[in-house]
Design a protein around this ligand. Structure first.
Ligand code: PFF
Length: 442
């Protein structure tokens, strides 16, 4: 099978960071933080990133690198048995279900980009913007048109294998997105009442800390870092020789967390300055961001630039999601009588994704269920199982630490990672699950 690989070490970091930084940071993080008590959510989120982030990122990259396979073949290649094969299917299922709703939100972003181009937000206040979002998110033909577009673009990137071009593009566009967000944060902090938003986002209020907040923060951590569905296994398989995996993982983690915090620093001060409700859910950023952009100097240019960059950030994530499924299909059919080529696999996956998208558009409950099922359940569960696989399941004792022993980690560091994978991560995920189900009460 022909494998594309990353041209440079920086290329891999950019591609992995591009996959991680996306709508999860700019759309989902602020609205979930808004619904879950601001500062309380932020604190638990950061704890989750610290506890889970690094060991799980390193683990997924290493599974991919050592096996040289995507999610379909990796567990079998490393363990020598079929016993863990169901994990591959769980990864594939998660990637497909996420794509169903992620593309719908990407479609909203494309819709807003086109409207920014024709200056449609000029003069609209937050209540008009709320009304506007409900039109955008209920007009089915319009939603279909704007959602099919990113599916085709994503499929085209994978079809023509132009990932390298995307890598190069990300190197310029990601810092530009960060810069744009910094400028927006600077503008928002000058608005009257913005300090209330900063308090909401940064002040930890113990009374707001519930088991629901902990569940949501944990799910968001997995979703935002793209952990728990093999996206990084797939990238790990394409990794160039000599990559320092812990350093790469740390860079992805820091960048991803910075963008999420920056999104909060833009949204919450603006929420309080404009007097909108921080608990309004998925529409939050689509109501607040156009209003913020209208306050910037060069409002038209700022809006076009921001929504353009947001669409690209979303696309680099959909590319990594679709790559998980495409690599799976290609590898799964490789030894059968009908092996599928890369292009056939891309077509099959894109067709299935379109069906899932239609379900999310025509049955809005499916949209919510997909989000909760993946971030709230299958991603933490798969991460738990992968941690058990590496920590306990590999055939030879200590194999896990060999797996984690890589350039950039000394043996000691490998053992610390292994301790996390064996004990800390499974125990915490299990406790949070049991607590969320009401079996245990803290
Ligand atoms: N991490 C992406 C985001 O925050 O937008 C979403 C995502 C991309 C999840 C790729 C999973 C994945 F494999």
């Amino acid at each position: 099978m022909k494998k594309s690989s990353f041209s440079t070490k920086v290329g891999l970091i950019m591609a992995a960071a591009g996959g991680a930084v996306g709508l999860g940071n700019i759309w989902k993080f602020p609205y979930i933080a808004g619904e879950n008590g601001g500062g309380a959510f932020l604190l638990v989120y950061l704890l989750c990133v610290l506890l889970f982030g690094l060991p799980l990122l390193v683990m997924e990259f290493m599974i991919g690198k050592r096996s040289g396979k995507s999610t379909y073949g990796a567990f079998r290649a490393l363990s020598g048995t079929n016993r863990w094969q169901w994990m591959s299917w769980l990864c594939m299922l998660t990637a497909m279900v996420i794509m169903g709703f992620y593309f719908v939100v990407t479609g909203w972003c494309f819709n807003y980009l086109v409207e920014a181009l024709v200056n449609a937000f000029s003069g609209l206040d937050s209540s008009a913007l709320t009304e506007h979002f409900s039109v955008v998110s209920t007009n089915k033909p319009r939603m279909i048109a704007f959602t099919v577009l990113p599916v085709l673009l994503t499929a085209a990137v994978l079809w023509f294998d132009v990932n390298k071009g995307i890598e190069r593009l990300s190197k310029i566009l990601m810092p530009l997105l960060l810069l744009m967000m910094l400028l927006m944060a600077g503008r928002v902090l000058m608005l009257d009442g913005s300090n209330l938003g900063m308090q909401f986002f940064f002040q930890f209020d113990c009374a707001k800390l519930t088991s629901h907040v902990v569940m949501e923060a944990m799910g968001q951590c997995f979703f935002s870092l793209s952990i728990g569905l093999g996206a990084l296994i797939t990238y790990g398989a394409y990794m160039p020789k000599g990559q320092n995996i812990p350093a790469a993982s740390l860079q992805v983690l820091v960048l991803d967390t910075l963008v999420a915090i920056l999104a909060g620093v833009i949204i919450f001060p603006a929420v309080f300055a404009f007097g909108v409700n921080p608990e309004q859910g998925p529409q939050l950023v689509f109501v607040v961001l156009p209003a913020v952009l209208q306050q910037m100097s060069f409002a038209w240019l700022s809006s076009v630039l921001f929504f353009g960059l947001l669409c690209i950030a979303a696309l680099t994530s959909t590319i990594s999601l679709m790559e998980v499924a495409v690599a799976f299909v290609q590898e799964a059919t490789a030894d059968t009588r009908h092996p599928l080529s890369r292009r056939q696999s891309v077509s099959l996956v894109a067709a299935l994704v379109l069906v899932l998208i239609m379900l999310c558009i025509f049955f809005p409950a499916m949209f919510d269920v997909s989000d909760q099922l993946t971030a709230g359940f299958t991603m933490p569960l798969t991460a738990l199982c992968m941690a058990v696989f590496v920590g306990w399941g590999l055939p030879k004792r200590g194999e896990g630490s060999v797996l984690l022993h890589t350039k950039g980690t000394r043996r000691r560091a490998g053992q610390v990672f292994l301790f996390f994978l064996r004990w800390i991560i499974p125990l915490i995920i299990l406790l949070v699950f049991l607590n969320g189900l009401g079996v245990l009460k803290f």
